[in-house]
Structure formats: structure tokens, C-alpha cells
Design a protein around this ligand. Structure first.
Ligand code: HEM
Length: 137
């Protein structure tokens, strides 16, 4: 199993654990509902998406009878997806508690953009793998 596959699966479970605690905190204390954006995105971009990235990179090339187009790109995608998610959530909450600092909103958007780039890399790498005629990297 490739290192980025293991890393995606490991981080997806880390995000599940964190988001679950946050979910229980929101049930117990309605003030914690301010963290709903963090909970939902840790669950969906963390737990759900990263499990799909990891399992997808491992299984889809095998289903297609191909080698993954670029392992280096998948490695880069791992770091971009994690930096994008954590940066977006960190600066989102900083903006929520300190709206007077304009930079937080822009930084949240910037890291959200990194997340989009990582999604585009996943899309390209898998499409180029599944539809390729050759063997890949
Ligand atoms: C330990 C399990 C979980 C707990 C305790 C929990 C708890 C909560 C709570 C209390 C809210 C806020 C509800 C409100 O607005 O009053 C919420 C929202 C949300 N949760 Fe969870 N949750 C859990 C698992 C999940 C999972 C597995 C996902 C998705 C994979 C998820 C996705 C969401 C989303 C998208 C929202 C936002 C919904 C909205 O905007 O109204 N949650 N959750």
C-alpha cells in the first residue's frame, strides 16, 4: 500500500474522532454551535473525502488495470488537502471570534482555494489513470 494511501486513511480517522467530539460538544452546549462549520467540514472534507481519496487511489487504478498516473501528484495532493482543510477551518474560526482582523477571512478563503486545487489534482490524476492507454508511473 502506498504511503499517501495509508496517510489519507489515517488522517481521515483522526478527523472523524475530532469531529465526533465536537459534535457531542455541540449537543451539550448550544454556544458550541458556533463551531458547526468546523464539525461539518472535518466530517465531509476530512473523514469522508480523505477516506475516499485513500481508498480511491488504491482501488480505482486496479479496477482499471492501470498504474496510477502520478504517485508524486497524489503525495502533493495529500499535503494540499490537509493544509487546505486545517488552514480554512483555523482562519474561519479566528475570523468568527475576531472579525476586526480582515486578514482572517482572506486567509480562510486562500486555504479554501488550496483545498480546491487538491480536489482538481485528485480529479486529474484519476481521470488520467483510468482513461490512459499506457501503464503510468
Ligand atoms: C459522533 C457523531 C456526530 C455527532 C454527535 C454530530 C452532531 C452534530 C450536531 C449537534 C450538529 C449541529 C446541529 C444543529 O444545527 O443543531 C451537527 C451538524 C452537522 N453534522 Fe454532525 N454529528 C455527528 C456525525 C456527523 C457525520 C458522520 C457527518 C457527515 C459525514 C456529519 C455532518 C454534519 C453536517 C453537514 C452538519 C451541518 C448541518 C447543518 O448545517 O444544519 N455529522 N452534527
Amino acid at each position: 500500500m502506498d504511503r499517501f494511501v495509508k496517510n489519507f486513511i489515517f488522517m481521515s480517522i483522526v478527523y472523524l474522532v475530532l469531529a465526533s467530539f465536537l459534535g457531542v460538544a455541540m449537543l451539550l452546549d448550544s454556544d458550541m454551535l458556533a463551531w458547526k462549520f468546523v464539525h461539518s467540514h472535518l466530517m465531509l472534507l476530512g473523514w469522508v473525502s480523505m477516506m475516499i481519496y485513500g481508498v480511491g487511489y488504491h482501488i480505482l487504478p486496479r479496477f482499471a488495470g492501470r498504474l496510477l498516473k502520478s504517485k508524486a501528484m497524489a503525495e502533493v495532493q495529500f499535503w494540499l488537502a490537509n493544509a487546505g482543510l486545517t488552514g480554512m477551518l483555523l482562519f474561519y474560526m479566528l475570523d468568527r471570534y475576531h472579525p476586526e482582523t480582515a486578514a482572517y477571512k482572506s486567509l480562510s478563503g486562500l486555504f479554501g482555494g488550496l483545498e480546491v486545487v487538491s480536489i482538481a489534482l485528485f480529479f486529474y490524476n484519476l481521470v488520467a489513470t483510468v482513461y490512459s492507454k499506457g501503464e503510468g508511473e
